[in-house]
Ligand binder design. Structure first.
Ligand code: RNT
Ligand code: ZN
Length: 422
């Protein structure tokens, strides 16, 4: 695509949207202020950088063996930089505790400190990225039987409580140094493969552990806590301690942000419709945007109905400042950098479409009970020239427009990721 072509299409889009009373320049400005948090774990199949071989456990799985996975911190950073160069706007990187820079030493989860993440903070600062963070309560011998914060054994519970508090301190330090609130997310794998009779017992343990974790007060200018529920995991099909009801209850009672992962609900249940409810009871919401195919399979996010609905709900609820968007998937079967770029660009396109919606007219129809008119305009809005506006946004930000990034990623594969393991 040539710049002249992009400009021409954009001029047409501007006129077309103006007919519906929509200011495309304003939508582009709004989109540009919407950061997306890139999950570091797509680049290395959720392996992390602890010393020794860390086997991925916790009921999650990165399937596939496409060559080129990042094996070191330097490789992972290079891959994220490459992905960022093909994504318009300024974004965030979401780190997990087991991605610390441990310098080859074995540092257990109850020993980690901000210093193990200083090189990440320095890197983020140099690249103008902001950071988010997660405690890592899986892929560890002390989570081997499937329980962590809800464990029967007090010493194991204490170990994980200690880990999570340490992670909250690290998140606080990230936010402080980077001048941007770091979202710290707690997700635990706790659950059982088979029928569990004392379901209340484990939930009581989890509640007690969270109470202890949040007794330690952090500065919420620098970090915010989030808690993420789940329906089931592989090997935990019958019972998950941290269910949606559990965390929604806990979050609302304690004013802690709830994380909605789009892969963590029943197959036809959507997170888009949960946003407006949660926002009435909590000041903010965190999202893990994923794509489950038949199950919580963590497929690459695409511009599908649910992604569009999520974006629409955020914009329609006037909640762009209240909903934090993070991605969460790990596809090891395709080029991993490509997986990032497809997912982030799809999310941005969905947001742009939502920002360009003829919402005033749609609301007016709805208020008057003109439901055919509402449906018709929603349908027409889908094929308005939003793609021309997205291309223009890419061009403005100095990022390739359209499918041209495919060639860039192929080139990077040829020169970098394809050579790994040679
Ligand atoms: C697992 C959760 C969780 C993880 C990451 C790696 O089902 O979605 O968010 O994907 O923490
Ligand atoms: Zn998640």
């Amino acid at each position: 695509m040539k710049n002249a072509q992009i400009n021409q299409a954009f001029e047409y889009a501007k006129v077309r949207y103006a007919e519906l009373g929509i200011d495309v320049e304003k939508a582009v400005e709004q989109l540009d202020k919407l950061p997306i948090s890139l999950h570091c774990w797509q680049a290395d199949d959720v392996s992390g950088f602890e010393s020794g071989d860390t086997e991925l456990t916790g009921g999650i799985q990165a399937t596939g063996n496409y060559p080129g996975k990042a094996r070191t911190i330097a490789e992972l950073r290079a891959d994220i930089e490459k992905a960022m160069s093909l994504i318009p706007g300024e974004h965030r990187v979401n780190l997990h505790a087991f991605y610390g820079d441990f310098g080859g030493e074995s540092v257990d989860r109850d020993q980690i400190e901000p210093k193990h993440f200083q090189s990440w903070i320095d890197w983020a600062k140099a690249k103008n990225y902001k950071l988010d963070f997660n405690c890592t309560c899986f892929s560890h011998e002390k989570s081997g039987d499937g329980f962590t914060l809800s464990h029967r054994d007090n010493t194991i519970r204490e170990f994980w409580i200690d880990h999570v508090i340490r992670c909250r301190k690290i998140a606080e330090e990230m936010g402080r140094q980077l001048g941007s609130k770091c979202m710290h997310n707690i997700w635990i794998p706790d659950g059982s493969k088979d029928l569990t009779v004392d379901r209340l017992y484990y939930r009581q343990n989890l509640k007690d552990s969270l109470d202890k974790i949040f007794e330690y007060k952090t500065n919420d200018i620098y970090m915010k806590d989030c808690i993420e529920s789940k329906l089931f995991g592989i090997g935990a099909e019958s019972y998950t301690v941290g269910s949606h009801e559990f965390y929604m209850g806990y979050g609302i009672r304690n004013n802690i942000i709830v994380t909605l992962d789009s892969g963590h609900f029943h197959p036809t249940e959507v997170i888009s419709d949960k946003i407006s409810s949660l926002l009435l009871f909590l000041p903010e919401v965190m999202l893990h945007v994923s794509r489950g195919v038949r199950w919580d399979s963590d497929h690459v996010v695409i511009l599908g109905d649910e992604l569009q609905a999520i974006a629409q709900e955020i914009v329609r609820a006037d909640a762009v400042d209240k909903v934090h968007i993070g991605l969460d998937y790990f596809d090891a079967s395709i080029n991993r950098i490509g997986a990032y770029v497809v997912g982030v660009r799809a999310t941005q396109k969905a947001l742009l479409q939502a920002l360009l919606e003829p919402i005033t007219q749609l609301r007016a129809y709805e208020a008057k009970g003109q439901n055919f008119e509402r449906l018709a305009l929603l349908e027409e809005a889908k094929s308005l020239p939003w793609a021309a506006v997205f291309d223009y946004y890419c061009m403005k930000k100095g990022v390739v427009a359209g499918e041209a990034y495919i060639a860039d990623i192929q080139q990077y594969e040829k020169e970098v990721t394809g050579r790994r393991g040679e």
